[in-house]
Write a protein that binds this ligand. Structure first.
Ligand SMILES: [Zn+2]
Length: 434
């Protein structure tokens, strides 16, 4: 069977590249992946999968950082213009762009979940002539959205895996659940998919990322840990405007409240049990030179080595934000727009993946583990699976990169797509046989 999986994976390379380039060209950012998700759903249906969409895949109340309704409608329209099936787009109204599909072999065995993230980044793709997607005419046609993290490759691999699994159905055991996650950037999608039951009953979950710390084709990092938990908050202060010369005493200064909060947020005590981060990344305030500023908005985030440490940071942050409001006599509003749990891959799942990778013989640099020290929304899914008694690993599939992740010149070596499909399918089969 191993030879057959290799043959079939390699035979789909051209199709994987075509898919990747189509998704890349029509890049869509978090919660607006209407066309991307419609392409995925259409293909899954064609393969015979029953696809859970809309509120069956995404719990509305748990969605974080959702764009405004008019922005969502504009993106829905654009998706249809760019060829998406209008009925599928309609089913995702409100930004419900997550998808879950399951293959039931009809035989007893474990439930294995595979997570593929589908969103692009909020940047304009490089316009330089030597940028490969530009040269090959598949650079993003959507302003302000570009696949600069490789999620376009993840979508292609996910569909490749979906297709190969259906061909092998008679050889499989248990169930395989495919999770296509929107809004990974900004840690927004996982919570809402967990809320809709995406990881209920899962025995093993696998997550893959092209590149990151594996920056050469032929490298593989079989597991990742030290994912930082994070909380992302938008903070608004509302004061009272007044004439700065004639009656400043009548004003309530929102700018000072925000500025004072920003300084004090960065002064939260370090935590004795592990690493923390805090950043106020933007601050916009005030109306004019001679008006007591009545409005201030800032965007901030906390991170922690564990979910508990991040909760400490976020709790302190809320207290300081409230304190500043009190000091300056202004109103405040805090909106949570992103958040994810910390995480650590399971060695047992890692060992299976590693064994499969060694047998494949095409990796020349296989590493067991890397401590990430950053955030990935997958850790939220994996940690929930582990809390419920399951296992999981997040692996980095090495690929030559043209620039770092989230850089406008980012691109990856497409030859790794079929390797990724082969590795994932073989790992699924091996996990089922355990
Ligand atoms: Zn990414």
């Amino acid at each position: 069977m191993n030879d057959l999986i290799r043959q079939k994976s390699q035979a789909m390379q051209a199709e994987l590249v075509r898919l990747r380039r189509d998704i890349h060209r029509h890049a869509e950012v978090g919660w607006t992946e209407f066309r991307t998700a419609a392409v995925i759903a259409a293909r899954l249906k064609e393969l015979g999968y029953e696809v859970k969409m809309g509120e069956a895949a995404v719990k509305k109340a748990d969605m974080l950082g959702v764009p405004a309704p008019d922005e969502l409608s504009a993106h829905m329209e654009r998706a249809v213009k760019q060829g998406a099936d209008p009925a599928l787009v309609k089913a995702m109204e409100g930004g419900l762009t997550g998808l879950v599909a399951e293959l039931d072999s009809g035989k007893p065995g474990p439930l294995i979940a595979l997570r593929f993230d589908i969103d692009a980044n909020d940047i304009n793709e490089a316009s330089t002539a030597e940028h490969f997607p530009r040269k090959e005419s598949f650079a993003s046609v959507n302003p302000g959205a570009a696949h600069a993290c490789g999620h376009d490759g993840h979508v292609a691999m996910g569909l490749g895996v979906a297709s190969l699994l259906t061909e092998m159905k008679s050889e499989l055991k248990g169930k395989i659940r495919l999770i296509f996650e929107p809004g990974e950037e900004g840690s927004r999608g996982a919570r809402a998919m967990v809320g809709a039951g995406a990881v209920d009953g899962v025995d093993h979950i696998l997550g893959v990322h092209i590149g990151f710390q594996a920056t050469k084709t032929g490298q593989l990092i079989c597991s990742t840990g030290k994912f930082l938990a994070t909380t992302k908050l938008d903070v608004t202060y509302t004061g009272k405007p007044a004439h700065a010369g004639a009656a400043p005493q009548e004003g309530k200064n929102a700018l000072l409240a925000a500025a004072s909060a920003s300084l004090n947020l960065h002064a939260i005590a370090r935590h004795g049990q592990g690493a923390t981060r805090i950043t106020v990344g933007t601050l916009v305030a005030g109306e004019g030179r001679n008006v007591i500023p009545a409005h201030a908005v800032f965007k901030m985030e906390t991170r922690g080595e564990t979910s508990e440490i991040d909760e400490f940071m976020a709790g302190e942050a809320r207290r300081i934000i409230e304190g500043s409001a009190l000091t300056y006599g202004v109103d405040y509003h805090i909106e949570m727009v992103g958040g994810t749990k910390s995480g650590e891959s399971s060695p047992a799942t890692r060992d299976v993946l590693k064994k499969v990778a060694i047998e494949m013989g095409c990796f020349n640099d296989i590493r067991d583990y890397i401590g990430f020290g950053a955030t990935e929304d997958f850790s939220h899914l994996m940690t929930v699976v582990q809390e419920n008694g399951g296992l999981g690993t997040y692996f980095m599939l090495g690929a030559n990169l043209s620039a770092g992740h989230h850089n406008d010149k980012f691109d990856f070596d497409e030859s790794v797509l079929s390797t990724g499909v082969e590795l994932i399918v073989k790992t699924v089969v091996t996990l089922q046989a355990e």
